[in-house]
Design a protein around this ligand. Sequence first.
Ligand code: NPW
Ligand code: K
Length: 508
Amino acid sequence: MSVDLTTMIYTAEQVRDGEQDAAARCDVSMAQLMQRAAQACLEVIQHKQAAPANLLILCGPGNNGGDGWVLARLAQQAGFRVQVAATEPRSELAKLAAQAWRDQGGVVTDLTALTTAQIDNADVIIDAMLGNGLDRDLSTPFTEAVNLINRHNFAGWVLSIDVPTGLNSDTGIAMPTAVKATCTVTMIALKTGLVTGAAATYCGELVLADLGVSRAFFKTPPTLRAIQSSLVSEHLRRRNKAAHKGDFGHVLIVGGGPGMSGAALLAGQAALRCGAGKVSIACHKESQLAIAAAQPELMVHAVDNDLSALLERATVVVIGPGLGQSPWARALVERVAQWQGAVAWDADALNSLAAQPIAKPDASVWLFTPHPGEAARLLNLSASDVNANRLRALTQICQNFHAYTLLKGAGTLVKSPQQHDAWVCRRGSPALAVGGSGDVLSGVVGALLAQQTAEQIPTDQVLAIAAWLHAVAGEMAAQRGERGTLPSDLLDELRTLVNPHQDLKIGA
Ligand SMILES: NC(=O)C1=CN([C@@H]2O[C@H](COP(=O)(O)OP(=O)(O)OC[C@H]3O[C@@H](n4cnc5c(N)ncnc54)[C@H](OP(=O)(O)O)[C@@H]3O)[C@@H](O)[C@H]2O)[C@@H](O)CC1
Ligand SMILES: [K+]
C-alpha cells in the first residue's frame, strides 16, 4: 500500500529517536544523511534559481549548520557563487563538513560580523543556523542575523533547512525572533511544529526531503495525521436514488440570543447546505422573525427554557451559535447537557460549560469546537498557554470532558478521547478569520452528525471531515479576494464540496 509521507507528522523527539534507527536499517550513515539533506536543499534551490546566483549560507554550531556547510560545497560545485557566514562548528559532523568546505577553498566570515550588504548581495539566503536542536530563546549572533534576514526590503528569498531558526519544531511557537522563510526543506518527516500554531507565518512552502530512509522511519505511528480529501470522498458518497429526508437526520440548533440571530442562521444554513434532512432552530423570541424570514427551509422556534418537544424530534443538537451568556442561555445549556445523543458544543455553550461544568451522560457523544480562547476557559488557562502547546491543550480537553475536540486556528487540530494520535488540517485560508466563520463550522458538524448513519461516518472522523470541508470552502471563497470574504460565501462552496462524486455539469 502506498503511503503519502506528507500526511504523517511527528514530534522532533520522534524524528530524533527514529532517524538513527531508520538510517541503520537502510544501511546509511549519519554523514550520508547529511549529504542527502544538503543535496535535497540544492535541488530545491536549482528548481527556483539557476546558477550562478549568489547564495549566502548562515551556519550554526550543530548538525543544522552541518547541512549548511555540506550544501555550500555542493552548491559551489554546481556553479553557484557561495558565501558562508558561520559560528564555530561544535558537532563532529559539522566540524568535518566545515573543514571540507575550507579544503575546497571556500571562504567563511563570522556570523557575528554579518552585514546588511552581505544580505543584500544574496539572491538566496540559506538558514542553517538552528534546527530541531533549538532549546532556548535566541541570543547574539542569531537574533541579529534573523532580524537582518526578515527585513522587508530584502529582494531575494530565504530557504530554511529543516525548520526556520527560532521556530519550535514541536509546538509551532516562534521565539520573539524567528526566520520568516520563503521555503522550508524539512528532513525525513514533517514535524508537528511545522503544521500548526504560528508555523504558516514562518515556514513558507513546506518541502519534505525523505532522504531515502522515510519508509523505514514511517513504521513509527505518527503524532498527527493530515486530513485528506479522500476522507471526504470515502464518506460522502452518491445518495441512494430512493432517499428521503428522514434518512439524513434532523439537526436542532440551539442559539440565536437577542441581537445574535445571524450566528444561528449561518449555522442553520451551513447544516442545510451540507445535506441535513431537516434543520430546526431553537432561539430567543427576539430572533425568531429575522431567522425565519432569511431562510424559509429552516424551522424556527422561539423557546424560553423548555426544549423537550424539540429535543424529542432531533437526531443531533448543535448548541452555541449566538447563544450568549444570559440565564436563558444557561437554562438551555443545562437542558441540552441532560439530553442523551450527539451534541456539538460551540462558542458560548462551551464558555458556559467552562464556567459551571456539567458531566456528560454516559450515553451521549459530545463534540467540542473551541477556538484558543474558549479552549483556555475550558482548561482554566490563558489563550497564550493554549497556543504554547496546542496539541497538549487539545488532548487535555478530550480527556477532561470526554469530548471529541476540534481546536480552531491555523493548523486546526482534531482528536478523539479514545485515540492516541490526532488529525491536523493543513488546508484553510486567512479569509476564515472573521466573525461567523465558526458558526458555519458548527452547522457543518451538525449536518455530518445528522447523516452519520446514512453515510456511515465514524464519530471519530466527523470533526476531521468538517474541518477539511470548512477550510477548503474558505480557500475556494477566498479566490475572489481573501480580504472581505464572508462566512455566508462559504455556503455555496460547501454544497460543491459535499458532493465529491457528482459531475455538476448538466448533460443533455
Ligand atoms: N541527526 C541526523 O540524522 C540528521 C540531522 N540533520 C540536521 O541536524 C539538525 C539537528 O542537529 P542538532 O541536533 O545538532 O541540532 P541543531 O538544531 O543544529 O542545534 C544544536 C546546537 O545549537 C545550539 N543551540 C540550541 N539552541 C540554541 C539557541 N537558542 N541559541 C544558540 N545556540 C543554540 C546547541 O548548543 P548547546 O545547547 O549545546 O549549547 C547545539 O550546539 C536537524 O535540524 C537537521 O537540520 C540532517 O542533516 C539530517 C540528518
Ligand atoms: K534552520
